[in-house]
Write a protein that binds this ligand. Structure first.
Ligand code: SAM
Ligand code: SF4
Length: 461
């Protein structure tokens, strides 16, 4: 077992912190307000909050930290599923090898490019490329070629500017190929950090090997990929255990590489074709606990992005924006070819979606709530990644980039892709936000906005 996931330590901390007195909770929340993050014990204390007043304070503190660091920005992306072939047996997933109920499909490069073009035409600039853990002809180059196909898709003034990737754990040499293919973030979820549960739910294929998976982000970082994404599939094991294990994993990456993960994802188990456990999660996370998880993570790792996918329904997504979520997917399909064949049923999907709205509808909703949808890809393209990003983010410098970039990319979206109604709402919001900005951020935002309004594209600082 890699020593950094220490179940005995987790059990000890959970025992020690059980039923914390109110002063302890207040102390942790005060510490969280300093925005320097929390340790395992602090996190455990917060997971035990039940009192409505303390819950309110937890949510308020999370909102305070979120607004301070991220302002009203929400980064937007779409997943692009290239293949549902898989050699593993994850009991919760429709893609698992023995599931005969699934229509199998791996897209050709032409089809991948077409899918990307459809996303470009909707206004997307960032995608998350996703695949099951097996490739046509068992050739990993399929993934590398697919990334190139996505970057190759150009329609009018639009293109995909950042491809993040969620594919099987790799060897260092393969990670180097991913880096050379110019990916943004490499994302991989441990699913559950609980060893016994891990072995119960992964019954076949390479994914059975817990250690190989839990060390994958180390190999990615060793290969030079500085932005990695971490996550847990909530519902498989006790969420308190998972949160503390996640903290151990983060601490390990910080210790070894001087920088923790760029993002953390919080998928909850959703029903999936041919999976019993997906419909009856053994440790189902209630909506309240789910909101707590988001808020606690925001306080524990203030500078790590939190991703909310369309697994969740619109209302839950909305509620989590105030608690710490900084990136959301929109208009998603989880079956290969799902954007091209959007009118057909989704026999090849990975799990059931909770939010079926189009990108335009999501953008309008988000803007009506006062959040600025951001399509920015500036940091990654200027090399502000990994530790460099964190070094700038912590003193607050990054705000002077992210704020203006969110506004310029949102305006680009409004001018090129939005419906009339969304554009009106969006332009009003931009005006309000600029009026509330100060100093360098305001100057930069006005400058970029002028350029976009004159028809220039891809403006960022
Ligand atoms: N095959 C790769 C893997 O397993 O890491 C990458 C892609 S997999 C399609 C992406 C993620 O989907 C998994 O890591 C898992 O957390 C999530 N997932 C699988 N089944 C799910 C379900 N029934 N509900 C919600 N998320 C699910
Ligand atoms: Fe395959 Fe990933 Fe689904 Fe497991 S979660 S069956 S590895 S696609």
């Amino acid at each position: 077992m890699p020593s950094f996931i220490n179940e005995i330590e987790i059990a000890r901390v959970l025992e020690l912190t059980r039923n914390p007195d109110p002063k302890r909770v207040t102390d942790v929340l005060n510490k969280a307000k300093e925005m320097k993050g929390l340790n395992m014990e602090d996190v455990a204390v917060l997971t035990y909050i039940n009192d409505p007043m303390q819950l309110f304070e937890l949510f308020e503190t999370a909102n305070h930290v979120k607004e301070n660091i991220y302002g009203k920005r929400l980064v937007i992306f779409a997943p692009l599923y290239i293949s549902n072939l898989c050699e593993n047996e994850c009991t919760y997933c429709a893609f698992r090898a023995k599931n005969k109920a699934l229509v199998r499909r791996s897209l050709t490069q032409t089809e991948i490019k077409r899918e990307a073009e459809i996303l470009v035409k909707q206004g997307h600039k960032r995608i998350l490329l996703v695949a099951g853990e097996s490739y046509p002809k068992n050739d990993f180059n399929y993934v590398i070629d697919s990334i190139a196909s996505v970057y190759d898709a150009k329609v009018g003034n639009g293109e995909i500017r950042r491809v993040n990737v969620n594919v099987a754990p790799l060897e260092i040499e393969q990670f180097k190929l991913l880096k050379d293919a110019k990916i943004g973030t490499y994302q991989l979820f441990q699913e559950t950090y609980h060893h016994e549960t891990y072995h119960q739910v992964h019954t076949g294929g390479r994914k059975k090997d817990y250690d190989y998976r839990v060390t994958a982000l180390h190999r990615a970082m060793e290969a030079g990929i500085s932005d990695v994404g971490i996550g847990v599939l909530f519902g498989l094991a006790d969420h308190r255990f998972e949160l503390l294990a996640l903290m151990q994993h983060i601490r390990e990456l910080e210790t070894v590489f001087g920088c923790g993960p760029h993002t953390v994802s919080v998928p909850r188990l959703e029903p999936a074709t041919g999976s019993d456990i997906a419909s009856h999660p053994p440790f189902a996370v209630s909506d309240l606990d789910f909101r707590k998880i988001v808020a606690i993570l925001r306080l524990a790792v203030p500078y790590t992005g939190i991703i909310m996918s369309t697994r969740e329904a619109a209302q839950m997504r909305r509620e989590t924006f105030a608690l710490g979520v900084s990136q959301i997917s929109a208009g998603s399909r989880t079956n290969p070819g799902g954007y091209t064949d959007s009118l057909h049923d989704d026999d090849g999907s990975q799990f059931c979606l909770g939010d079926h709205r189009s990108l335009d509808e999501v953008i309008r909703d988000v803007a009506e709530m006062g959040y600025i949808p951001s399509f920015c890809t500036g940091c990654y393209r200027l090399g502000r990644t990994g530790q460099d990003f964190m070094d700038r983010a912590k003193p607050g410098d990054i705000k002077n980039h992210c704020g203006p970039n969110a506004i310029s990319t949102f305006m680009e979206y409004l001018m090129d892709y939005a419906s009339y109604e969304t554009r009106l709402i969006g332009e009003d919001l931009i005006e309000d936000v600029i009026n509330s900005m100060e100093g360098v951020a305001r100057e930069r935002a006005i400058l970029l906005l002028e350029k976009v309004k004159k028809g220039q594209h891809d403006m960022y600082c």
